[in-house]
Design a protein around this ligand. Structure first.
Ligand code: ZN
Ligand code: ZN
Length: 67
C-alpha cells in the first residue's frame, strides 16, 4: 500500500474519514475523547484534519456561547 500523496512512499496508516492510505509524513493525529474517560489518537489525512479542526473549533465556540 502506497501513500496517497507520495506514490514512492509506503503507507503506515489510513485516514479514518476518507480511507486514503498515508505515509508517516502525511498522517495527522487528532486526539479525541473515547468512552468518556479515555483519549484516543485518530489518524487523518491533511484535508480531513483541517475539516475536523474547523468543526471542533466551531463546536467549542458554540459551547462557550451557551455558558
Ligand atoms: Zn481523509
Ligand atoms: Zn505521504
Amino acid at each position: 500500500m502506497k501513500c496517497y500523496y507520495h506514490p514512492d512512499r509506503e503507507a503506515v496508516t489510513r485516514c479514518v474519514k476518507c480511507g486514503k492510505p498515508l505515509c508517516e509524513k502525511c498522517v495527522r493525529k487528532l486526539r479525541k475523547r473515547f468512552l468518556y474517560i479515555l483519549w484516543k489518537d485518530y489518524d487523518y489525512c491533511p484535508a480531513c484534519y483541517e475539516k475536523e479542526m474547523q468543526k471542533l473549533i466551531k463546536e467549542w465556540r458554540e459551547k462557550r456561547k451557551r455558558t
